[in-house]
Design a protein around this ligand. Structure first.
Ligand SMILES: Nc1ncnc2c1ncn2[C@@H]1O[C@H](COP(=O)(O)OP(=O)(O)O)[C@@H](O)[C@H]1O
Ligand SMILES: [Mg+2]
Length: 183
């Protein structure tokens, strides 16, 4: 079963009088349980495609299905809910919330999903141990190294066991691309 299905997606960025064709009829199918890496030079459209699959942006033309749902043409609210329930995203710049501890950053997504306090605390602690951050749970992002922040970002993306985990250059500067992992 395919968990991601991109059909001829195109995306043009327009700024002033300049138009950049970031995606030109890209088609991609990723099966559930598959681990996929996208590789390409800087500026080749990897982040653009990832943002489309992650329901952060929409193609100008073409269709995208994620976890069996058509995501093109959905309302803003439905897109937000789809992200919350189906997708874990590891941003290249981590995007951790600066005023929340490592643990609170991970718990936050569970809170949005309505997981009760004790349960989400225990689950966040368990996942932080899993990514090797035991003992650092109370640190704020700026008190962690870049690699440690990246691990918090990974923990946050996987803690809710989403259908898909998308990671934009998860080994920043060592490699490029994204990973799609489905349950
Ligand atoms: N928000 C934007 N506005 C204008 N141009 C953009 C924007 N985002 C990306 N681009 C352009 O689209 C192309 C693809 O970018 P991107 O998807 O970020 O590539 P990659 O992630 O492979 O480095 C590049 O030429 C980039 O400059
Ligand atoms: Mg990129």
């Amino acid at each position: 079963m395919s968990i991601v299905n991109v059909e001829k997606a195109s995306r043009v960025y327009r700024q002033d009088s300049i138009a950049v064709k970031a995606l030109d009829e890209v088609s991609v199918t990723i099966d559930a349980g598959e681990f996929t890496t996208l590789v390409g030079p800087s500026g080749s459209g990897k982040t653009t495609l990832l943002n489309q699959i992650g329901v952060l942006d929409e193609p100008d033309s073409g269709r995208i299905q994620v976890a069996g749902k058509e995501i093109t043409g959905l309302s803003r609210k439905k897109r937000t809910l789809l992200r919350l329930w189906k997708i874990g995203f590891v941003f290249q710049e981590y995007n951790l919330i600066g005023v929340l501890s490592a643990q609170e950053n991970v718990e936050y997504v569970l809170m949005l999903r309505g997981v009760p306090f004790r349960e989400r605390r225990a689950e966040a602690q368990r996942i932080l141990v899993e990514v090797g951050l035991q003992g650092l749970e109370r640190r704020l992002p700026h008190e962690l190294s870049g690699g440690q922040q990246q691990r918090v970002a990974v923990a946050r993306a996987i803690v809710s066991k989403p259908a898909i985990v998308l990671a934009d250059e998860p080994t920043a500067r060592l490699g490029q691309g994204f990973v799609a992992k489905a349950n």
